[in-house]
Design a protein around this ligand. Structure first.
Ligand code: MLC
Ligand code: AMP
Length: 501
């Protein structure tokens, strides 16, 4: 084997004239054409002087070019580092400083905003997409490519996950991590070359990037590749697709549309949900409306997919199913690490070929999150029922999951505490009909009242839109326990029925 991911996933596109990507406006890209795009992009990375092991950081709109760059980076022996398109230049600067990429690629209309940053850090900046400088470089390269030799444990991707205490951590994922997971998922979900996956997720996270693309690439299917979740586009595409992967918001939004009927989805064989809890009620309503039981699965950036409900057999609402092939989970006492009896609730820990290689340049942080016997501590709380299904019952980590995006309250609290008129703040996630959870900020005013509009305007300058609180509340003081720690659980309970305008 020379390059595990090329050999198993990307190389097989070569010389095939079948459609690989169905794009808006009836455009298609065949497997052969896509392989040519990979070849040209990989050769462009080499021509730009990048060498194996270099990080290639990308903050760009979802497009076939971006997907080809993912495959090209790995084929060229480099490490793909996608970044949320919502990040502000200020947020971007942390990642670029931390991972020191050989190249940063952004959309042409974003280049002016990040040029200063690239200059300051001495990072090579290129633009990706129509009229982009990288596309121009790739266009003059040969399409034939020689994959750079890599070992299964070599890095393929670096994906940042936010830390509870502030600093984001880059999760290092190897060829083998990603391939073993693609193989387990393809088998568990019965993907074949006849599948057409409706792909409307972003490609800067594990769900849209690995779970969706790698499973299809491995099994030789094709994708209806949509730029983002758009209800009309999804409804239009469903009759031509066989499978869809989405976050719960996809399903709740579709359920609100009268066009979602049994007839619309007769061609579909599988609906998959993950990245955030799917309410049992959504599961049941979906089944009643469409005749399909949504298959819920559970994963993390650090581990890619861990458990899945069965393809054949009961897809149990409110559970995330059983461990995937070769993946082991256990429930332990949070403090002692001792394994708990079946049925008891505790920390979920996971071990297997899917588990990442550690956090980029953070050996101590990595050591803290692993047990000595190799189990990774997820930060999620769960229990296993008598039939072996995992139930996620909460999170030990202070994390909000809104529409499938992770938001760390600490990051927002630190920004709010610096605002004029704010003595202190607490940020919590409360139930939201569209996003599952939404960010609510509770402010304790100092000696003068904080100006909420000014705070919103200031946050908008520095912070991605999805992290910004959807509502603000003022309180005289925050509830604290005897140790002086803010009681977030009490706040979540108090505002559980908060009505978002
Ligand atoms: C958009 N907004 C959000 C938001 N998405 N706010 C909070 N949470 C979100 N997830 C903001 C917008 O900026 C906008 O601000 C307003 O909310 C309404 O936007 P919208 O047009 O309704 O949103 P839309 O663009 O349709 O996006 C919603 C979404 C999207 C759910 C389709 O967020 C999405 O694709 N989420 C998927 C995330 C994902 O892939 N997660 C996987 C992580 S991997 P304004 O300015 O209008 O107020 C992982 C591992 C695993 O977790 O297990 O899979
Ligand atoms: P991320 O770090 O973005 O990969 O987010 C991973 C987290 O998403 C997990 O630790 C869980 O808390 C959550 N998650 C993923 N899938 C599910 C699911 N099906 N149900 C509940 N939570 C989930």
């Amino acid at each position: 084997m020379t390059n595990p991911m090329y050999d198993t996933l990307f190389g097989r596109l070569k010389d095939q004239d079948r459609v690989f990507l169905y794009l808006p406006d009836d455009h298609v890209i065949t497997a052969r054409e896509f392989h040519d795009m990979i070849g040209r992009s990989a050769n462009a990375l080499h021509a730009a002087g990048l060498v194996p092991g270099d990080r290639v950081a990308v903050q760009a709109t979802k497009s076939p070019e971006m997907l080809a760059l993912y495959a090209a980076t790995i084929t060229a022996g480099m490490v793909f580092l996608p970044l949320n398109t919502a990040y502000t230049p200020e947020e971007l600067s942390y990642f670029i400083k931390d991972c020191t990429p050989g190249m940063l690629l952004v959309d042409p209309d974003r280049a002016a905003k990040v040029q200063d940053l690239a200059n300051q850090l001495g990072t090579r900046l290129e633009t990706l997409g129509t009229g982009g400088s990288f596309d121009a470089l790739a266009a003059v390269q040969p399409e034939s490519v020689t994959p750079v030799t890599r070992q299964p444990d070599d890095l393929a991707a670096l994906l940042y996950t936010s830390g509870t205490t502030g600093r984001s951590k880059g999760a290092m994922l190897s060829h083998d991590n990603l391939l073993s997971n693609a193989q387990a998922l393809a088998e568990a979900w019965h993907f074949t070359s006849a599948d057409i996956l409706l792909h409307a997720l972003p490609v800067f996270h594990a769900h849209g990037l690995f779970v969706a693309n790698n499973t299809v690439l491995l099994t030789g299917g094709s994708m209806i590749f949509q730029p983002k979740f758009d209800l009309d586009q999804i409804i239009a595409a469903l009759p031509n697709a066989t499978a869809m992967m989405g976050v719960p918001t996809f399903y709740t939004r579709l359920l609100q549309d009268p066009r979602l009927t049994r007839e619309l989805v007769t061609h579909m064989r599988l609906f998959i949900s993950g990245s955030a809890p799917l309410l049992a009620e959504t599961h049941q309503t979906w089944t009643a409306r469409t005749g399909h039981a949504i298959l819920e699965r559970y994963g993390m950036t650090e581990t890619t997919m861990i458990t899945s409900n069965p393809y054949h057999g009961e897809r149990r609402p409110g559970t995330v199913g059983k461990p995937l092939r070769d993946v082991h989970i256990r429930i332990v006492d949070q403090k002692t690490g001792a394994q708990l009896a079946q049925g008891e609730t505790g920390m979920i820990e996971v071990r297997g070929p899917n588990v990442f290689k550690g956090y980029w340049q953070m050996p101590e942080k990595t050591a803290e999150e692993f047990r000595k016997d190799g189990y990774f501590i997820t930060g999620d709380l769960g229990k296993i029922d008598p039939d072996g299904y995992l139930h996620i019952v909460g999170r030990e980590k202070d994390l909000i999951i809104s529409g499938g995006y992770n938001i760390y309250p600490k990051e927002i609290e630190l920004a709010l505490d610096d605002m004029p008129g704010v003595l202190e703040s607490a940020v919590i996630g409360v139930p939201h009909p569209d996003f599952g959870e939404a960010v609510l900020a509770i402010l304790v005013p100092a000696d003068f009242a904080p100006d909420i509009q000014a705070i919103e305007a200031s946050l908008a300058q520095h912070m991605a839109r999805y992290k910004q609180p959807k509502a603000f509340i003022k309180m005289r003081e925050l509830p604290r326990n005897t140790m002086g720690k803010v009681q977030k659980a009490a706040l979540r309970q108090q505002f559980a029925t908060y009505f978002f305008e």
